[in-house]
Design a protein around this ligand. Structure first.
Ligand SMILES: NC(=O)c1ccc[n+]([C@@H]2O[C@H](COP(=O)([O-])OP(=O)(O)OC[C@H]3O[C@@H](n4cnc5c(N)ncnc54)[C@H](OP(=O)(O)O)[C@@H]3O)[C@@H](O)[C@H]2O)c1
Length: 274
């Protein structure tokens, strides 16, 4: 599995997203993903599936140290004691002694970031997570988090797909050595896969549109993609990204779709985006 180097961490460039997957279906997908070569699983306390994810990790028989597991602390739990409780609860539900990456799920301007960063650093020192990072942090808040942390941050997980220009934030992540982890990488199949630029590249490379988009992600320096599927038969399809390459012209024509400027995950509690 290809990986992205980020401030000491080696993050597998492809992970399985698990939002909306629950119960036995989630367990089966996680187990199967690991058996077809995935080495990175993305969950969160808020997804209400950590027990099912943990069961899948165990059922796969894959040695723990070969898997990169990410979980997150919800934005209402960022006061230090709540953050610690959230992380400890996640480990208990996952049935793990440590996660590889612990993220702040969303920034929360109402809770001082200094205390949360301090709590993340202590959790790391206790060995409950190997690395720490953030999600949905725009450039200004990211810079603040970097400044407030003793340990380097290794990831900013944010929405990214060809309908959204993230040039500014990606540059800030690269400069800080932080992996840029694309969520909603397929735009939840909301039409992106039927764009002519995508379909043309797919037929030229004899690949599926989903593979073309995921390849577009991982072909950017420092970018990790975490697509979700609820279909076991799609797991191998979404992982077969490292034996072909899009041309510069193909990359550019897919990147040009950013003109649409469309964001899926935007809520009342979202920060002011770049
Ligand atoms: N940090 C955050 O705030 C945040 C926010 C959103 C998401 N995330 C993370 O990012 C992950 C991915 O994002 P997402 O789940 O929102 O969206 P996504 O991965 O862009 O899209 C998932 C959708 O695409 C379909 N799909 C998957 N592979 C496909 C393929 N090869 N061809 C056609 N359709 C395909 C799936 O349908 P089928 O199930 O039918 O395959 C599903 O409906 C999440 O699961 C979660 O782990 C994080």
């Amino acid at each position: 599995m290809h990986s992205v180097a980020a401030n000491g961490a080696e993050i597998p460039a492809l992970g399985l997203g698990t939002w909306t997957l629950t119960g036995k279906g989630c367990t089966d997908l996680v187990r199967e993903a690991l058996s077809v070569g995935y080495r990175h699983i993305d969950t969160a306390r808020a997804y209400d599936n950590e027990e099912a994810v943990g069961a899948g990790l165990r059922a796969s028989g894959t040695p723990r140290e070969k898997i990169f597991v990410t979980t997150k602390i919800w934005y209402t739990d960022l006061a230090p004691a709540d953050a610690v409780q959230s992380a400890e609860g996640s480990l208990k539900r996952l049935g793990l002694d440590y996660v590889d990456l612990l993220l702040i799920h969303w920034p929360n301007a109402k809770i001082p970031l200094a205390g949360t960063m301090e709590a993340l650093n202590r959790l790391r020192e206790r060995g409950l997570t190997r690395y720490i990072g953030v999600a949905n942090f725009p450039t200004a808040t990211l810079a603040e988090a970097i400044k407030l942390s003793d340990a380097p941050l290794v990831a900013n997980q944010v929405e990214y797909h060809p309908y959204l220009d993230q040039t500014k934030l990606m540059a800030a992540c690269r400069k800080a050595g932080i992996a840029f982890v694309s969520y909603c990488p397929l735009y939840r199949d909301g039409g992106l896969l039927r764009e002519p630029a995508v379909m043309d590249a797919a037929s030229r490379h004899r690949r599926t549109p989903g593979q073309v988009i995921l390849r577009w992600h991982v072909q950017h320096q420092g970018v990790v993609a975490i697509p979700r599927t609820s279909r076991i038969e799609r797991l191998a399809e979404n992982a077969a990204l490292f034996d072909f390459e899009l041309s510069q012209a193909e990359m550019a024509s897919i990147t040009a779709l950013a003109e649409r400027n469309s964001r899926i995950c935007d809520y009342g509690f979202s920060p002011k985006w770049d």
